[in-house]
Design a binder for this molecule. Structure first.
Ligand code: MCN
Length: 772
């Protein structure tokens, strides 16, 4: 509808309350009579717990309860577990051990939860935690992925080589045959660093037990409230789902790793039941990087087979992916395996074979983080193409253009089994080259050189697998007064869902957004939801809403026909109004809705009220894609890196909100930039201690790290959902890692630098320039 419909640059409605401090974030929640919990975490990367004595802590002032791993085991609490089986490289069954919630017998990473202390006041719980006496026998540890593969130290005695399982994709025989024919084989190793999300608000939880209803309520900043409820009920507490309510208020950033069930959720609930009062846990900023899942962290050996005409014949990739010390759920495997499919990128590559070895180490678990495997896959293929161009003395743009899937080959089934439905890959690239003035680069490079600076330009053509099969839910409830409550199963964490979905509803029903009340994140109010991840909310949630709105129109049309004494077939609906075709008789949807609640108005056989639900379930993924170009300058003396220009051309199909989309892409590029040039979780190789535990050591990008990012859309709507939309929430990150590192390599390679790994800090660049 007009100014608020699909495609309009509507400013975010939710920002009013956020900017005025009226949001309801996790730590804003407080309940009368609440006690406070603190998690005591392991100070060692690997140690045996010889003895654990809580008696002095229990006697400390204000202490109400202390939970240990033995208490959880005695209470019969379950673990999440992985619902599928894979094989290890030797053919034996997958090795996976889930975390119980609190350690028993051994600790396997710094930060592993060991005890939960609940007291009247937070300070009392903290003081008491220091009085817990634990006799640790420190064991050797391994945190670095390459070291873990060498397996001199085992994280689990039962898995001496540290390899949990092997995931394979593609056709090995066809790939080997293609490599045998190749004129050139380009081989490289790429290392993708470990990073951590550092959300604006660290995680938290409040547990409540209602003895009258015999029911738990969890207040937690999770991305999938319904799935958290399901996991807690069916896997952890083993009670009916209806006995748990999960409420997620405003979420101060999620990025994948606030996904779902963390140990603290079961701890606050268990303690609340034991104490019969609410128990609150808030993660400290300094605790968060120890407490949460991390991301990425893998090593890929990649090989590209190329013929004499510079055409790609085959791709072969062997990845060692660090999954951490425990595999607590399928999440820990999904991040590294779920999206290897996009390794062949937007290129026409006849054969591919990928093997991913899941490596265990004395580190936090890894989990999906903005892009969840797609940034890693895009990084490998796009860096490999640049390296191939250098090695074969080819032009990186022409090499890409020669091998890109042309529009006439779409739909296209890739060698790794994905079904790309639509796009304009060459068109994206052409636009990005023009917008970045690619052709003018040699002149700019010469100018920089004259001033002692090294200039580089980098390119990446990301494609991602987003919004795949899986349901999402929407409900539209009209009220007797004619206005609307909209309930969504997805969960906003900062993506602007309230605005996006009000726009879809305005478009369909012609309702003014100020007449719509938006609700998400409460399993008692919203019937169902899978939640927000994998850039699925707009595509799947928006389509569910579209379906619900169609049902509203269909029902209201019957009533409108009755009210206007016309045949239903003669009724037309547009801009929120029903009209009898060819006449001036009309009635607004809001008036029809009011009539639906008055029994006397209804035609025979029509049920009263006006509320409908929609559940959309796509049968295949959408494939958002685009082109990124980044230009950088490096100070030849100091290695200082400046990002000068960043251009994105995106295809996310139908754009619901162009400014929302730009915001998502800006944020995504920034998140990719952080990893590409400065962020990294670092452990001490000997002791396994976390060396980047605070912002003093873990560098986060600030506003001055990037210039204005130019974002232009080249939309090709998909037919895989009624909106024509493709996912967008991760797109910026997927392209940014390779575009930026390719630009850095382009600046350094004239000096003879052969490789640089992320993060391309000034120190690393300086060393690369000197260790030739
Ligand atoms: N959009 C659009 N047109 C489309 C697709 C999207 O206009 N065709 C715009 C809309 O404004 C929409 C937004 O982009 O609200 C994001 O849409 P979508 O692609 O559906 O992504 P999700 O809402 O499902 O968000 C998930 C995605 C993921 S997986 C991570 S991780 C991530 C991200 O979003 N985490 C975020 N962006 C984040 N942004 C913030 N502020 N905080 C996070 O935790």
């Amino acid at each position: 509808m007009g100014q608020f419909g699909i495609g309009q640059p509507v400013k975010r409605f939710e920002d009013r309350r956020f900017l005025r401090g009226e949001g309801r974030f996790q730590n804003d929640q407080n309940l009368p009579g609440q006690a406070h919990g603190v998690v005591l975490r392991s100070p060692h990367a690997h140690a045996r717990i010889r003895a654990l004595d809580t008696s002095a802590a229990l006697a400390a002032p204000g202490v109400l309860a202390i939970l240990t791993g033995d208490d959880l085991a005695r209470a019969g609490l379950g673990t999440m577990g992985v619902p599928f089986q894979r094989k290890r490289p030797d053919g034996s069954p997958m090795f996976a051990r889930a975390h119980l919630g609190l350690a028993r017998e051994k600790v396997r990473f710094v930060g592993e939860p060991v005890a939960f202390i609940v007291a009247e006041a937070l300070a009392q719980a903290r003081d008491a935690a220091e009085r817990i006496d634990i006799d640790y026998e420190i064991l050797p540890s391994v945190t670095d992925t390459a070291d873990a593969v060498e397996a001199k130290i085992a994280v689990w005695d039962e898995c001496p080589d540290n390899i949990s399982n092997l995931f394979e994709a593609g056709n090995k025989a066809a790939t080997e045959a293609a490599f045998a024919q190749a004129a050139h084989i380009v081989r490289r190793r790429y290392v993708i660093s470990r990073v951590y999300a550092h959300y604006m608000e660290p995680r938290g939880a409040i547990g409540v037990w209602d003895p009258g209803e015999e029911r738990y309520t969890l207040y937690a900043d999770v991305q999938y409230p319904h799935r958290v409820r399901q996991a807690l009920a069916t896997r952890i507490f083993k009670i009916p789902e209806s006995r748990i309510r999960v409420i997620a208020g405003d979420v101060g950033g999620g990025f994948g790793t606030k996904g779902w069930q963390y140990p603290e959720h079961r701890l606050v609930l268990m303690a609340a039941k034991q104490l019969r009062r609410p128990v609150k846990w808030s993660c400290e900023r300094s605790e968060a990087i120890l407490a949460d899942e991390h991301a990425r962290d893998n090593i890929s050996d990649a090989m590209l087979a190329v013929d004499n005409d510079g055409r790609f014949l085959a791709l072969r990739v062997k990845t060692f992916a660090n999954v951490g010390a425990y595999i607590s759920s399928e999440r820990n495997l999904l991040a590294t395996f779920g999206n290897v499919g996009t390794l062949t990128g937007v290129y026409d590559i006849g054969a591919a074979y990928v093997e991913v070895h899941a490596v265990m180490a004395n580190t936090n678990g890894t989990a999906p983080y903005r892009g969840a495997g797609r940034p890693e896959a895009t990084y490998v293929i796009e860096r490999l193409i640049d390296d191939a161009a250098r090695e074969l003395h080819d032009d990186p743009v022409e090499l890409r253009q020669r091998n890109m899937i042309p529009n006439e080959k779409l739909p296209y089934k890739t060698a790794l089994g994905l079904n790309y439905d639509c796009g304009d890959f060459l068109g994206n690239l052409e636009k990005a080259l023009a917008l970045s003035d690619w052709d003018g680069f040699p002149r700019r490079r010469a100018h920089s050189r004259a001033h002692g600076r090294l200039r580089g330009i980098g390119l990446a053509n990301p494609i991602e697998k987003a919004a795949g099969p899986g349901q999402e839910f929407a409900e539209i409830r009209f009220h007797p007064s004619g206005n609307v409550t909209l309930l969504m199963g997805s969960k906003n964490q900062g993506q602007g869902h309230e605005t996006t979905f009000k726009q879809v509803l305005s478009e369909k029903l012609g309702i003014d957004p100020s007449d719509i009340q938006y609700i998400d994140g409460d399993t008692d109010r919203v019937a169902f939801g899978i939640g927000t991840n994998g850039s699925r909310s707009t595509v799947i949630g928006g389509s569910a809403l579209w379906m619900a709105a169609d049902k509203i129109i269909a029902k209201a049309k019957k009533l409108a026909a009755h009210l206007m004494e016309a045949a239903e077939a003669d009724i037309e609906f547009a801009d929120g109004t029903f009209a009898v075709a060819g006449t001036d008789r009309r009635i607004a949807l809001a008036e029809v809705a009011k009539a639906a609640f008055r029994a006397g108005n209804l035609p025979p056989g029509l049920e009263g009220g006006l509320y409908e639900t929609g559940t959309f379930s796509p049968t295949d993924f959408t494939y958002p894609n685009g082109s990124h170009v980044c230009e950088v300058e490096i100070d030849a003396e100091t290695g200082e890196l400046d990002i000068l220009n960043y251009v994105v051309v995106d295809d996310v199909g139908t754009v619901v909100n162009p400014i929302g989309l730009k915001g998502q892409i800006h944020g995504g590029v920034m998140q990719g930039l952080g990893q590409a040039v400065m962020e990294q979780v670092v452990y001490d190789r000997e002791s396994g201690q976390m060396l980047t535990g605070s912002f003093m050591d873990y560098a986060m990008p600030r506003a001055d790290a990037l210039p204005e990012i130019s974002v232009t859309s080249n939309p090709v709507p998909t037919k895989r959902n009624p909106l024509g939309a493709k996912g967008a929430g991760e797109a910026g990150t997927v392209g940014a890692l390779p575009a930026i590192v390719n630009a850095v390599m382009d600046a350094l390679s004239p000096l003879g630098v052969k490789n640089i790994d992320m993060p391309t800090t000034s120190a690393r660049i300086w060393h690369a320039m000197r260790n030739l």
